[in-house]
Ligand binder design. Structure first.
Ligand code: PEP
Ligand code: MN
Length: 263
């Protein structure tokens, strides 16, 4: 069902009047984690001012260490809703438990399925029964086949509003956090009609190359970009090293638009 052979025209994913696919580019920005109302509101205000319509923010955080900040859970989703309502934003947040899909829909606009859960098949099936769009991240070591079949799980359960996002894969290279697989973009665009985004934060982990990587993603045909931004990255409870300040985000977004690649 996700194949271009089944459907030639691009799928357009829409939430609260904001669309991606079929030409329009989408910017998704926000903190790695929702940490507090004040922190989330500061990001929401900055995104609104910059003209960004979609805010991300993790409430259920899949952390490598059990001793690291695990996220605010449902309370974090409630904060996202409060800020989204104030600024008229679309929100995206990761859900890790199939049992939370239903309640999450009361608070957020798009369900993110994270790299570590790309093959959590019960979660994929539950997302396929959701009535809101899904942003599916490529697994840490997932092949194109595995990625597309994970999307197929969601679409085959009835939810055709799925976006794919390349977020870097694990290789031997250590100068970047993961290896951004740019070739995945044209391959996914050719093989599937679903919108394709690129996460320049988790793929690179390096602020100094996020702009050229975002340009490369758009030049390769990506429909959108995801990037992490935080009012005070040094104090962030997760991914402190890779989050842009709000000022750095403004500059990143302005330069991306000035390049003519982001339309
Ligand atoms: C995230 O986007 O917050 C995240 C945890 O990313 P990934 O699942 O790609 O590691
Ligand atoms: Mn993160």
């Amino acid at each position: 069902l996700v194949s271009r052979k089944k459907q030639a025209e691009d799928t357009i994913v829409t939430s609260k009047g904001v669309s991606v696919g079929g030409g329009a580019h989408l910017m998704v920005a926000g903190p790695c984690s929702v940490e507090s109302y004040e922190q989330t509101r500061a990001v929401g205000a900055a995104l609104k001012a910059a003209g960004v319509k979609v805010m991300r923010g993790g409430a259920f955080k899949p952390r490598t260490s059990p001793y690291d900040f695990q996220g605010l859970g449902i309370d974090g989703l409630k904060i996202l809703k409060e800020v989204a309502d104030e600024f008229g934003l679309v929100t995206i947040s990761e859900i890790v438990n199939p049992a939370h899909i239903e309640i999450a829909q009361q608070y957020i606009d798009v369900i993110q399925i994270g790299a570590r859960n790309m093959q959590n098949f019960e979660l994929l099936k539950a997302a396929g029964e959701a009535t809101i769009p899904v942003l599916l991240k490529r697994g840490i070591a997932a092949t194109m086949d595995e990625f597309l079949l994970a999307a197929e799980y969601i679409v085959s359960r009835g939810n055709g509003q799925v976006m794919l996002i390349e977020r870097g894969i694990r290789t031997y290279e250590k100068w970047t956090r993961n290896t951004l697989d740019i070739s995945a973009v044209p391959i996914l665009k050719q093989e599937s009609h679903l919108p394709v985004l690129v996460d320049v934060s988790h793929s690179t982990g390096r602020k100094d190359i996020m702009l050229p990587c975002a340009k490369a993603a758009l030049a390769a045909g990506a429909d959108g970009i995801m990037i992490e931004t935080h009012p005070d990255p040094a104090t962030a409870l997760s991914d402190a090293d890779q989050q842009l300040t709000l000022e750095q985000f403004d500059s990143f977004y302005a330069q991306l638009k000035a390049s003519g690649l982001f339309r």
